[in-house]
Design a protein around this ligand. Structure first.
Ligand code: MLT
Length: 281
């Protein structure tokens, strides 16, 4: 793991490969391990940069991971700004100061990706939007997230994992890939309650960015698992249709977490998309 000072915290990052910088934003409540297998394959084409986002994995929440009342909360824009700082720092380190980056975001990472595209379109070379959506939470969903943030200490990460896992994975993964189910459980239960509370509160106040989609003018891949119940294929079809010239791909034998459930096909979809676009020299 490499360590980078970002704003008021230290981002812990798994980085490997060679080529243009590809930053990854994981979903909730996970960390960079979500992409571990996929980047083995992607490292042939990209310099893959996989952080634990603020409050997740080994990355501390920092004082800016709290709202003005002192409760843990990280808004999607804060995560996006952190990634911009991290991307700029890594570009400097690799001797390509100011160069654009690729960004891949899954689910909560997709919300972050859209905030990044809204705030810093000039930094984006291309984007991979996975298993996510562009709308804000309806009020009842936002309230449920605040309730989770307020109760996670007593509720516990193990109960959270029990409640979440069946809905996250495809029937194929749940039945045939016990090692993936165990890895996911370990990833969820190793997160801190404060990080979970911060991410949940942050998602509950995210913007509706549906109107941003037609303005996106960088090459985009919209990618999702064929069995994703949380962001189903029809929803992703609609998002791909709204983004000019976006490509669409579906990962078989995967639910909400394709990089974990079918890392080969997930990585190949990105490699094929990258090979199909003519990038500016
Ligand atoms: C995720 O995987 O990041 C979550 O499903 C996002 C959400 O709860 O909206």
């Amino acid at each position: 793991m490499k360590k980078y000072l970002v704003d008021d915290t230290a981002y812990y990052v798994n980085a490997k490969g060679a080529g243009p910088i590809l930053l990854f934003a994981h979903g909730f409540p996970f960390d960079g391990r979500l992409y571990e297998e996929a980047i083995d394959r992607l490292a042939s084409r990209f310099y893959c940069v996989v952080p634990g986002l603020r409050g997740f994995g080994q990355t501390p929440l920092g004082s800016n991971g709290h709202n003005s009342l002192g409760y843990p909360r990280v808004k999607m824009g804060r995560f996006a700004d952190d990634l911009a700082i991290l991307g700029a720092e890594i570009a400097c380190e690799r001797g390509c100061k100011g160069s654009k980056v690729f960004l891949c975001g899954l689910s909560m990472g997709g919300y972050i990706l859209l905030e990044f595209a809204r705030r810093r379109p000039q930094m984006l070379q291309g984007m991979i939007f996975c298993d996510s959506n562009a709308t804000a939470d309806p009020p009842e969903k936002a309230a449920a997230r605040v309730y989770l943030a307020e109760t996670i200490d007593s509720f516990g990460v193990h109960t959270l994992a029990d409640n979440m896992i069946p809905n996250l994975l495809s029937p194929h993964t749940n039945k045939e890939k016990t090692e993936v189910v165990s890895k996911l459980r370990e990833m969820i239960t190793s997160q801190s309650p404060q990080g979970i509370a911060a991410g949940a509160r942050g998602m509950s106040v995210r913007r509706n960015l549906v109107d941003l989609l037609p303005t996106i003018d960088v090459p985009t891949l919209v990618l999702g698992g064929e069995d994703d119940k949380l962001s189903p294929p029809e929803l992703l079809d609609g998002i791909a249709a709204a983004i000019p010239n976006a490509q669409r791909a579906t990962v078989s034998k995967a639910g909400h977490l394709p990089p974990l459930e079918n890392p080969e096909e997930f990585a190949d979809a990105i490699l094929n998309w990258h090979a199909s676009v003519s990038w500016p020299k």
